[in-house]
Design a binder for this molecule. Structure first.
Ligand code: N01
Length: 481
């Protein structure tokens, strides 16, 4: 049987992961379309000051390409981007990437996917794999007058490095993981930093230990140390953080206690009151930071928790009528996390679009496939375990599953396949029953929640996700061969 042709959309971490899985399986006929001019996805787009990954680097890396040279327990974003860029070359993926080309539409004819791109290039493939990320589309808040500000204003994922920051009055709107990291990164550089908080968040204290020269040399000489480091962090995150999220138990109590004790570091009772979240730790995505409370207690940092009423040319006006004069405005207001795969137009053989299939919110079969859409796979698809776990590990599990189907195609066992609607419905029903047990539904608003008020996340452990993908249930598919 001829090698199947595969098109991957996106050369971020998960697209690279998919491409490497294909190469390792001996599949060579594949192309990655990447709309930007470089690999790395979110690690290419996000370059804000203070950016680090809040998953330990020894676990936030490919298990088959561990990096002995991480400089920190939680390495800076630029280092992660450089790692992904190196991986693209070392694993022979770059020559498969067509940069500056966005996939705009794809239609399955019943036989193959026909693909259209922004540059007019057309392609055909047996399999289409979307690796378009979760947090990709910046969310701009609907604050009145936002466009009238006369100074530089930008979203955290579109940092304008041409804007000088030293000594200037900078406003940061938003106190999610990004706002917290920017505050920590900019305090001391800005002349005055104003952090506009709508809802206080719990902060898990973590110390970002640097790895010394000796540690790095030891990891270079003894790759087993890299493997042990990977397994250790995987073990701790799975057994503590992942468990804490999905069910009550000592893990939840422990993390809650650590966050509450951390807050006591804030000496001024009024500031502590302002920083006390109204919900339980982990209801929103847990923020990990060692320096945030030190930063907000600095004299040159102000936490503003009055609601924003509007933006004016000279600054931000809060509901108490005060004008906060600023020079630079940063929106750390998050992303539209539910715009999975869009705005690409995907059309099934019966003419139905993915937008129509997802009218009530994104859903999938086992996070990776969709009934009615043959030979279509998602990486980081709906309900993937994207809490505080390593997305790299999730991508590896999904890429291995997808590669399994592509191998079956190559072996002549499958021409087209799609999950059965009833199997997809049963899987989603089980998930709907499990979701209310998670901490995410304990009474807060977050980007995790979909239209139905339920989180679009995996309600079981990441290990259960890996186990589920480890054993394809063939009877749950409509297969043509
Ligand atoms: O975005 P968010 P983020 N007026 O949606 C506020 C990942 N990440 O970019 O809480 C005023 O969490 C909003 O307020 P509220 C990680 O998965 C990873 O920070 O809705 N404020 C909130 O404070 C993370 O979860 C790393 O009341 C407004 C903030 O903006 C995800 O990215 C690092 C507002 C948005 O918080 C998103 O994080 C950084 C308005 N109109 C991020 N609208 C790693 O280290 C919104 N807000 C891996």
């Amino acid at each position: 049987m001829a090698d199947p042709r595969v098109v991957i959309v996106g050369a971020g971490m998960s697209g690279l992961c998919m491409a490497i899985a294909l190469r390792r399986a001996g599949v060579r006929d594949f192309t990655i379309y990447e709309k930007a001019g470089a690999v790395g996805g979110t690690w290419r787009d996000n370059t804000y000051p203070g950016l680090t990954c809040d998953v330990p680097s020894r676990f936030y890396q490919f298990s088959f390409a561990t990096n002995p040279d991480w400089t920190h327990l939680y390495s800076p974003g630029a280092e992660i981007w450089a790692y992904l860029d190196r991986i693209a070359d070392r694993h022979g993926v770059r020559e498969h990437i067509v940069f500056g080309t966005e996939v705009t539409a794809a239609r399955h004819t019943g036989e193959r996917w026909q693909i259209e791109t922004s540059t007019g290039v057309r392609d055909e493939a047996d399999f289409l794999v979307t690796a378009t990320g979760v947090l990709h589309h910046p969310r701009h808040p609907g604050i009145p007058g936002l466009g009238t500000f006369e100074g530089p204003a930008f979203h955290s994922a579109r940092w304008d490095h041409g804007v000088p920051l030293r000594g200037r009055r900078i406003a940061v709107i938003g106190t999610g993981s990004t706002g917290v990291q920017i505050t920590t990164g900019l305090a001391g550089t800005a002349g005055r930093l104003m952090l506009f908080q709508r809802t206080a968040q719990w902060i898990l204290p973590v110390r970002n230990r640097p790895y010394g020269r000796l540690t790095r040399a030891a990891h270079r000489r003894l790759p087993v140390l890299d493997r042990l480091g990977y397994r250790w962090h995987e073990f701790v995150i799975s057994k503590v953080l992942a468990e804490a999220i999905i069910r009550p138990g000592w893990q939840r109590t422990l993390i809650g206690a650590l966050c509450r004790r951390n807050l006591e570091k804030v000496a001024d009772p009024e500031l502590r009151r302002k920083l006390t979240p109204p919900d339980q730790p982990m209801c929103k995505r847990l923020i990990a930071s060692g320096g945030f409370y030190d930063a907000v207690q600095r004299d040159d940092v102000e936490l503003v928790d009055d609601a924003i009423s509007r933006v004016e040319p000279r600054g931000i006006v809060t509901e108490d009528g005060r004008l906060h004069e600023i020079d630079v405005l940063v929106l750390a207001t998050g992303f539209d996390a539910h715009a999975y795969v869009r705005p690409m137009r995907l059309v099934a053989p019966d003419g139905r679009t993915l937008d129509e299939a997802w009218r009530d919110g994104p859903h999938a079969y086992r996070t990776v496939a969709m009934p009615g859409f043959p030979n279509l796979f998602f990486l980081m698809g709906p309900h993937s375990p994207i809490g505080n776990y390593s997305l790299v590990a999730i991508a590896e599990a999904q890429a291995a599953y997808i590669t399994g189907w592509i191998r079956r195609h190559r072996a002549g066992l499958v021409t087209t396949m799609a999950p059965k609607p009833e199997a997809t419905a049963a899987y989603n029903e089980a998930m709907r029953k499990a979701l209310p047990r998670t901490i995410w539904t304990s009474g807060c608003s977050s980007w995790y929640l979909g239209k139905d008020g339920l989180p679009e996340l995996w309600p079981w452990t990441p290990r259960e996700h890996a186990r589920m993908l480890g054993k394809p249930a063939f009877t749950e598919f409509d297969i043509r061969s």
